[in-house]
Design a protein around this ligand. Sequence first.
Ligand code: 4AD
Length: 470
Amino acid sequence: GGWRALRRCASLPRAVRLRVREALGAREAADAVRVQGWVRSVRSQKEVLFLHINDGSSLEHLQVVANPSLENRVLTFGSAVEVQGKLVKSPHRKQNMELQAETIRVVGPCDIWSFPLKMKERHPLEYVRQFPHLRCRNNTLGSLLRIRSEATAAIHSFFQDNGYVHIHTPIITSNDCEGAGELFQIEASSEVRESAEKTHFFNVPAFLTVSGQLHLEVMAGAFTHVFTFGPTFRAENSQSRRHLAEFYMVEAELSFTESLQDIMQVMEDLFKTVTSTVLSRCPHDVELFHKYVAPAQKTKDRLEQILKNKFVTISYSEAVEILKQASQTFTFKPEWGCDLQTEHEKYLVKHCGEIPVFVINYPYDLKPFYMRDNEDGPQHTVAAVDLLVPGIGELCGGSLREERLPFLESRLQRLGLTDAYQWYLDLRKFGSVPHGGFGMGFERYLQYILGVDNIKDVIPFPRFSHSCLL
Ligand code: 4AD
């Protein structure tokens, strides 16, 4: 979709440049075609030389058939080439078109002896992770990054089609939205500060954002429905397979909503719409994961079921009861008032049939200051929701926000944060409305729909504790 179809090759100018995907999808033969890319395999036979080349536009490589006289010392696996010749119907059933080379120019040779990728080898994800500057030339990462690109576009379309305004929330901020203390503090170099005679470049301590939510709340007070989708930073010390220090978060904020169900409906619609779009727009790339990377997980069948059915909802209190009655023993004993641990989340999704589960109404004392008080008791809760998914745990977190000035004021006072959040309190003084929103971890989303075990394999350049390669 969106790619120029090759309609009448005969009428195209000489040596038209085609991407691999266009060449593979061409309906007719063409006399003079030029394709550029990287050699994925070279096979030399007595009478004929076969090359497979790929330029990142498709998972499938374009087969190039050439006279062995065109072979040369630098035409190796990994080299960058430009091939000119005739695009013809391929005699092989599996491939639509192939390129009969008239000239092959090696644009950039590749030293195969020191190149860490090897021809026709299915390198494990852990192996290619060591080479973040080269792993995108591997099939698996190639597919992943194309899927990531389609999913990004689908997320933007979902919100734009539903009347949300996209907001670029700041990366540098002076607030800690989540209050979890996982902040990266940033500062100008000492030379800059000395020359300006400043302790802090911004006069106040500044941090990389942990969430765009508070800035989105500002904008929801003018545009009603807003979203942001950008990099988010958390100084997580764990080496877990679902945490990064830099990840992408999709966040939405909706004004004039009094019901947590409305927020949950948007989460569910977002998940289902984006997933259906990705499945239909990059079927081959997705198939590579479902069939070859994580076949045991049967992700494809599970996704099909999930897209057809409604997500389940349970309350936090119900969740604790389910855990208490579980036959299995947990490292962390489930108790009302304690955070749900990964082992608990896993059990809950299993208990509910390995489908996404919304857990709502968490204890007041467990959650950040901005969540709306449910005014219940003695088990005091806030209108919070987490979406748990099999294999991952928490995929989304959201809540209704405390829009009532006295409630918010007294909570901030108890935390000693009133001065820092005057502007946030202002929003409750000047046309406050019931509102709420959520954030979805983009990498966890990709992990889930593709069945990828480690979060480091679904982001182009992973950053995590003790590692900032490149
Ligand atoms: O639950 P969280 O902390 O929610 C918020 O930050 C809210 N302010 C969002 C909002 O309501 N606008 O984070 C949201 C999601 C998590 O559910 C998880 O998927 C992801 O962000 N996430 C991470 N992903 C990768 N690495 C990490 N270190 C992550 N921390 C959170």
